[in-house]
Design a protein around this ligand. Structure first.
Ligand SMILES: CC(=O)N[C@@H](CCC[C@H](N)C(=O)O)C(=O)O
Length: 388
């Protein structure tokens, strides 16, 4: 018989938590205030079946194990906790209080859902063990991979299967989206540095202008996806950062570019990586410049949903009376949960937050009603899974 304990968090308490978390976004591996907030909330739950671990190797991570009543497995639930270097422009009364940092990817929604689930299972002891992993550094620095490599998931802290969500502004509020196979792309971070010769703006013949070389490079890489990638498979190359020069009348001797490459298979990512290097070398040669290309995939592997667990997840969500389930297409967003799913089988899925703004936008305003709907849908699934 399940023992009733202290009441789980209510919808309005969870929305309040979301608004408080929204105000304190922090960048990858710097999530000190967020970590303290999460730990404070978790310690207010009924502790009877809870065990908390803060790994020495990753002090902003938080693991909470809910001991089951008759466990046959440990089910993992992962949420990311970091923000982005974006200056918020939502005008919300609970906007970020941290200059130039914002929860522009909805990780505040993710954390609130996880806390809702955890508070529910702290009050209603699950049958299986449940492991909640509050993961730092999803947006950069691949916190998932780092945690795995630092043996955070050892012994009783290793889940047998892993689940995690990402919010989606294009889906109706509270809808659950998922698909068999690849959900998200793999990504590679790419840095390109062109080195030439600075000089006076008036004497271009004595200099070697890297604004021109890097601009040509940017134009030419646009042809990689349009001319070297199978259109049915697709791929993405975006350079979001271009730095060169210091003043109008000095020719820049250096240009620095930062971008991201995306593909739905590892083969495609490696193909695009190779073409980037070739284009950069060609530009360097034609402009008599030197170029350095650095590619780093880290843990951003394609997010491959496990066939058996995902079929079960989709079936359960489709059958749930209170859940709107939508079968989605693969997306070119990246996620270091892809690395964890390559090590531990599981499923990633979307939670609709219905908004006109896109992820990573300064005006993103996810609909907070998604939190309660998400908690209801996912706790239903987890209870279902534990009875199989
Ligand atoms: C869901 C989402 O937006 N994820 C990020 C993941 C970052 C990937 C990595 N830092 C890169 O840029 O390659 C995304 O940008 O898709």
């Amino acid at each position: 018989m399940e023992k009733q304990r202290q009441a789980p968090l209510t919808e309005s308490q969870l929305i309040n938590i979301y608004q408080e978390l929204h105000q304190i976004p922090e960048l990858a591996m710097q999530e000190v205030e967020t970590h303290a907030y999460l730990e404070k909330v978790v310690r207010q739950f009924d502790q009877t079946n809870l065990e908390i671990k803060v790994p020495d190797e990753m002090p902003t991570a938080l693991l909470v194990l809910v001991h089951g009543s008759a466990p046959v497995r440990t089910i993992g639930y992962r949420t990311d906790i970091d923000g982005l270097p974006v200056e918020e422009q939502t005008g919300l009364p609970f906007s970020s209080t941290h200059p130039n940092v914002m929860h522009a990817c909805g990780h505040d929604i993710h954390m609130s859902v996880a806390l809702g689930l955890l508070s529910y299972f702290a009050s209603h002891q699950p049958k299986d063990n449940l492991l909640f992993f509050f993961q730092p550094a999803e947006e950069s620095l691949n916190g998932g991979k780092t945690a795995y490599e630092q043996n955070v998931f050892t012994g009783k802290w290793r889940p047998d299967e892993f689940y995690g969500l990402h919010d989606n502004p294009d889906l109706p509020v509270g809808a659950i989206g998922c698909r068999m196979g690849t959900l998200f792309a793999g990504t590679t971070e790419v840095d390109v540095d062109f080195y030439g010769k600075g000089g006076h703006a008036a004497f271009p013949q004595d200099a070697n202008d890297m604004v021109v070389a890097a601009s040509q490079f940017i134009n030419q890489v646009q042809t990689i996806v349009s001319r070297s990638v199978d259109p049915i498979e697709g791929g993405v190359i975006t350079f979001g950062k271009f730095e060169a020069g210091s003043i109008r009348n000095v020719i820049a001797g250096r240009a620095h570019l930062e971008g991201t490459i995306r593909g739905l298979t590892q083969t495609m990512i490696e193909h695009i990586d190779q073409r980037i290097k070739e284009v950069a070398d060609g530009i360097a040669q034609s402009y008599q410049a030197r170029v350095e290309v650095k590619l780093n995939q880290g843990g951003y592997w394609p997010v491959e949903n496990n066939p058996v667990l995902t079929k079960n997840f989709i079936t359960c969500m489709k059958q749930a009376k209170n859940v709107q389930f939508i079968e989605t297409q693969p997306a070119m967003t990246g996620e270091d949960f892809g690395y964890l799913l390559a090590k531990i089988p599981g499923t990633m899925f979307w939670l609709g937050v219905e908004d006109d703004s896109q992820l990573h936008s300064a005006t993103l305003k996810p609909n907070p009603k998604a939190i309660w709907l998400g908690v209801t849908a996912i706790s239903g699934f987890l209870n279902d899974r534990m009875n199989q």
